[in-house]
Design a binder for this molecule. Structure first.
Ligand SMILES: [Zn+2]
Length: 166
């Protein structure tokens, strides 16, 4: 149930990413990655109410992160001292400069999916973990932090524009 709500939220945001794909029934990379992240953790944060925001500009003065989370808690906004179960108004934002299009998310699938899983982890209360290969590594320097579930779920590349023979 909660997973379905998360995916519904992802679907809403996917409209921001995929401009009226002509009859494409292919799920968006955001939907696929959100599904993988929920399965990876075996849980969905924020009561299943997570808004995924694509193509976000960086806030002035912010570190040039590829993605980030925002949430409210009884102790104030983005306060990690509050229990994760109290988080509301949860968002995961992906930077436009890193993933400007759905095609770029597919092309950079491993890191994109690992990043979605990482941010869902934050919303579930997980902190950074410097253990090599951890999906909660503060920075992904190579593909060792990409969960096997992400590799297995790699979506098909967008169909080429060339003619399809019937
Ligand atoms: Zn992080």
């Amino acid at each position: 149930m909660a997973l379905r709500r998360l995916l519904a939220a992802a679907l809403v945001s996917a409209a921001l990413v995929v401009p009226a794909a002509a009859g494409a029934a292919q799920p968006s990379p955001i939907d696929v990655a959100a599904d993988v992240g929920a399965r990876y953790w075996g849980a969905v944060p924020c009561g299943g109410q997570v808004k995924v925001l694509a193509r976000r500009p960086l806030a002035p003065g912010r570190d040039p992160a590829d993605a980030w989370v925002t949430f409210d808690t009884p102790l104030g906004a983005n306060n990690l001292a509050a229990p994760a179960g109290s988080y509301t108004n949860c968002t995961i934002a992906f930077a436009r400069r890193r993933w400007p299009t759905a095609a770029s998310m597919r092309a950079d699938w491993g890191i994109f999916c690992a990043t979605m899983t990482h941010e869902l982890g934050h919303l579930l209360g997980h902190q950074h973990d410097a253990t090599p290969g951890s999906v909660m590594a503060p920075v992904f320097t190579d593909h060792s932090s990409v969960p096997a579930m992400c590799r297995a779920a790699r979506p098909a590349r967008a169909a080429r524009k060339s003619h399809r023979k019937r």
